[in-house]
Design a binder for this molecule. Structure first.
Ligand code: ADP
Length: 249
């Protein structure tokens, strides 16, 4: 590709990005302004239930905007070289456990099962980034499944490959094979009547995959109409090993 073609492609990607972000910002902002206008102009004519409903919509849409802006900041940090990783040999169990507890608070009817083997090795990770990965996967498993269903998180060691495998399994709506290829792309959401009802901006799995790979890990997904299972795999080698030395540099 010539220099000029490269610049054109970059410019197009940049413009597409701005257009997607603007659209993502406009939808909740329009809704917030609309409901705020109605509350201001017709407050006395609305029933207390209507006022309450409109205020809840304003709050939900504001949360949607906050999530979007936080995800955009993460993406921009990841893409610049300012996102320094702080590696530490870590026992991941407490981090997975606290991620489950945080998500659990928002999904009162879901059940959460956490299985892990005894004497798991510590692994070299950035704990904040690791927690972000876990929160994204457990939150997705919860929001793309029905009330009352079970989310199961497993941590196991693969001695043959010397890896630690953490999987998050749900009984939710599933992802068809064609769509699996797209879900890790920026702003990619599966367009179906079920996903349309669920709030999201399509950045979570892009961030999850990028952070996992930055820590030399990998992410896999299996899915059927009975649910999905996302697995992240990290090196469980001794820090003296070459692979770990590489990640530390
Ligand atoms: P978001 O959830 O904000 O839309 P993500 O990047 O986390 O964005 O996920 C991308 C898309 O992948 C989602 O919109 C959804 O269609 C699909 N998806 C992700 N996780 C699951 C899951 N556990 N079950 C079913 N679909 C999922």
């Amino acid at each position: 590709m010539s220099n000029e073609e490269t610049i054109n492609t970059l410019e197009k990607a940049h413009l597409d990005f701005i257009s997607t972000v603007s659209h993502e910002l406009r939808t909740p902002l329009t809704s917030i302004r609309g409901f705020a206008d109605t509350l201001l102009s017709s407050y006395d004519r609305l029933t207390p239930e209507q006022r309450n409903k409109f205020l809840h919509i304003i709050k939900d849409q504001s949360n949607r905007l906050i999530n979007l802006v936080e995800n955009l900041l993460t993406v921009s940090k990841m893409q610049s070289n300012k996102d320094l990783m702080v590696y530490k040999m870590t026992d991941v169990v407490p981090f997975v456990d606290s991620s489950i507890q945080m998500v659990k608070n928002q999904y009162k009817t879901h059940k959460y099962i956490f299985n892990y083997e005894k004497n798991l090795p510590k692994i070299l990770i950035d704990t904040d980034k690791f927690q972000q990965i876990m929160l994204n996967l457990i939150d997705n498993a919860s929001k793309y499944s029905h009330d009352g269903s079970t989310v199961t998180v497993n941590i196991g060691q693969n001695f043959k490959n010397n890896t630690l495998n953490i999987s998050v399994k749900d009984e939710g709506i599933g992802i068809n094979q064609e769509d699996i290829k797209k879900i890790f792309n920026k702003f990619s959401r599966i367009d179906s009547p079920l996903t349309r009802k669920i709030q999201g901006n399509g950045l979570g799995l892009y961030i999850t995959k990028t952070l996992t790979e930055k820590m030399n890990g990998k992410i896999d997904v299996k899915s059927s109409d009975k649910g999905s299972e996302f697995t992240v795999t990290f090196n469980a080698a001794n820090p003296d090993d070459d692979a770990i030395k590489k990640i530390k540099e």
